[in-house]
Design a protein around this ligand. Sequence first.
Ligand code: GCO
Ligand code: MG
Length: 408
Amino acid sequence: MKITGAKVFVGGPGKNYVTLKIQTDQGLYGLGDATLNNRETLPAAYLNDYLIPNLIGRDPRNSEDIWQFFYRGAYFRKGPIAMAAFGAIDMALWDIKAKLADMPLYQLFGGKSREGALLYAHATGTDLDALLDSISHHIEQGYKAVRVQCGIPGMPTESYGVSNVDDNNKHYITDFSGICPNVEIWDTDRYLRYMPDALIAIREKFGVELKILHDVHHRLLPREAAEFAKSIEAVGLYWLEDPTPAEDQDALRLLRQHSTVPIAIGEVFNSIWECNKLIEQELIDFIRVAVTYAGGITHVKRIVDLAGLHHVRTGFHGAPSHSPLCMAAQAHLNAWAPNFGIQEYLVLDTPECDALFPSDHKVEEGMMYVSDEPGLGVEFNEDEASRYSYEPGSHPVVRLQDGTLWNY
Ligand code: GCO
Ligand code: MG
């Protein structure tokens, strides 16, 4: 069996999905996602210029050797652009392998450990009242876990993750007005004074059963993160996400010394070499990598297995920028992983998205049910794809009030 060709498509309904289709001489094809949010043209160029010419003629069943060939063969290792491009190839090869076996992908990992995978949705409000309404809206839809992000009084601009609740599905992460980012202003003191009471109010209103998550988005210093985590112990958070930028991994020890709040980190990581210390030293409770950004199924499965040895559960990244292909790859891992925790999920199933990526993966009552179709269980409609093209967009950048650049 041989790979005969591969094509990259960039574009989608309101998002620049980077979709790879690998064709074989047996008519079977595989699909993968290389969408690196707000840098989408770069994995596409890496695929077109370097990787696809090296794929032609190879046996697609040798996904491990192909992964090693690209990873080691590049000489310069890791990095989000390369790993997203490898990730798309790897996903597509596993798609082909499972189609050859005529099995849904999760069967190749070891079958199902659960029927449905717990999801969390994003609740958001420009103030606490709006956030409480947004949480109620998600509970009415059946969600048992919600991430809560709230506007902070007196903060000069909206904080991370806050959007107008009238549009719960709004993709607030990307601004499509151009390639140059907007500036948001951050004030740690206001956040530390306001957010603990807001979280306590949320717990009081919704009771003990609701799983509450909160994303600090790398904004605190280690000492501040320890203070914050200590002050919200009574809330009983399901997780506190990215309390500090995780480049300085030893800093998390301070947080651990002062609090037992579960910590989730990893959405910006792209290899096991950024996860291994946090996992092996048990400095985190949930690993947040995404199958796209972290080199595909082959590499992420290694991370999941390492995490399982250290009581660390999965909480894969599922921002709106991840295409249904990445979410499908994660759905298959979630069905299998003995150390599955939760899956982030933002509603993708607009009619336009469904038309581009038809599938019967299902979301019901805050749970995801994996498709039983062979392979990843997602199709790609190339006629629909021809309606879309790349649109320049950007993340905001964050500055302190005195102008100092901070962490988005
Ligand atoms: C999350 C993340 C995202 C990121 C985004 C950046 O927890 O879902 O923090 O919202 O901001 O993926 O591209
Ligand atoms: Mg996050």
